[in-house]
Design a protein around this ligand. Structure first.
Ligand SMILES: Nc1ncnc2c1ncn2[C@@H]1O[C@H](COP(=O)(O)OP(=O)(O)O)[C@@H](O)[C@H]1O
Ligand SMILES: [Mg+2]
Length: 325
């Protein structure tokens, strides 16, 4: 009997098109002798076709496991994971808590800082209480300004003076009620892929060479000019340290299944900083998460097998939990 895999893709976020590309790569990698793929497309308006997954346990008997491949808001942030929990379906990737915590850059930093992991200094402000003078009391220019919950560099800008900071705060505030200002780290940008439930493993890291001032939306998806180097140009000891921090951060946020952990390396001090955790990383033909695993000895068909295996294992492990007396 083939395993019936419901792939959910599209979605309401700004990363709808990226999700379509990620889903295409995943569906192509699912062995047709082992899996029967069921398509669940969510439109930009939030409409499901051919029909939505039902929230009631047992109401989706035609599905064995779900592979949500929705990036960003309403998909990577715990919302769809909540639906799948209600439905009692096994699914690939992080659970509700880790999805929401990783999506919120402020929450993610707090969880990692509490474990002694290195995160970039930052100031967090609510969008209706913006204080442009506050960040300078903690660190100097240049700074990065971001909406706390988003992705694909949307709403993010670099500010080199108070005027640019004021404009950057206004822009970020359009995308979230919480805004983060960080000290800009000058050096390298690195990524590491992590896989697993209780005993997560880190891949070889890669290095991103943005073609613009930073790795912004255009550079990520439109220009196709940013370069990626695997393995990253780091010393053996820095590579080992990066992989250690990636696994620790994954555990700190209670990730399961998979995540891509992103770093900034400060050239002047040789220090590594955690930048962010993506619980549903890109899976397009040019995406780094599958590429890093391929270089680490796990090609895409094996990677999707492993992700489904992890989803089923987590579901099985939780089967005997009691939810009432
Ligand atoms: N503190 C920082 N110092 C230097 N560059 C940064 C910093 N924060 C973000 N960037 C740049 O902005 C890009 C997008 O920021 P990131 O925090 O990764 O947001 P997103 O979730 O949108 O990917 C990064 O890939 C990097 O190029
Ligand atoms: Mg990023």
């Amino acid at each position: 009997m083939k395993l019936r895999v419901a792939v959910i893709y599209g979605g309401r976020s700004g990363e709808h098109e990226i999700s379509l590309r990620s889903a295409k790569s995943i569906i192509e990698a699912l062995d047709p002798d082992r899996y029967h793929v069921l398509h669940y497309l969510i439109s930009k308006e939030g409409r499901w076709s051919p029909k939505p997954i039902q929230p009631e346990p047992g109401a989706n008997a035609h599905i064995d496991v779900v592979f949500p491949i929705l990036h960003g808001t309403f998909g990577e942030d715990g919302t769809v994971q909540g639906l799948l929990e209600l439905a009692g379906l096994p699914y690939v990737g992080a659970g509700v808590f880790a999805s929401a915590a990783a999506m919120d850059k402020d929450a993610m930093k707090r969880l990692c800082r509490e474990r002694g992991l290195p995160v970039v200094e930052c100031v967090v402000m609510l969008s209706n209480q913006l204080d442009p003078a506050l960040p300078s009391q903690h660190f100097s220019f240049p700074m990065f300004v971001k909406p706390a919950n988003l992705g694909s560099s949307v709403g993010i800008s670099k500010a080199s003076n108070p005027e640019e900071l004021a404009a950057a705060l206004q822009l970020a505030a359009q995308f979230d009620r919480k805004v983060i200002v960080e000290r800009a780290i000058v050096g390298k940008e690195l990524e590491c892929a992590v896989l697993g439930n209780e005993e997560p493993e880190a891949s070889l890291p890669c290095e991103i060479l943005p073609s613009r001032e930073f790795y912004d939306y255009e550079d990520k998806y439109l220009l196709d000019k940013a370069e990626c180097i695997i393995p990253a140009g780091l010393s053996a000891s820095d590579t080992a340290e990066l992989r250690r921090i990636a696994v620790e951060a994954y555990k700190a946020v209670q990730c399961e299944g998979m995540a891509r952990v992103d770093f900034l390396y400060e050239a002047a001090t040789g220090k590594l900083y955690l930048n962010e955790i993506n619980t549903i990383p890109g899976f397009t033909s040019i995406s780094m998460f599958p590429k890093m695993w391929e270089h680490s000895g796990l090609p895409m068909p094996k990677l999707v097998d492993k992700l489904i295996e992890l989803a089923l294992a987590r579901h099985e492990a939780r089967k005997n939990l009691r939810y009432s007396l």
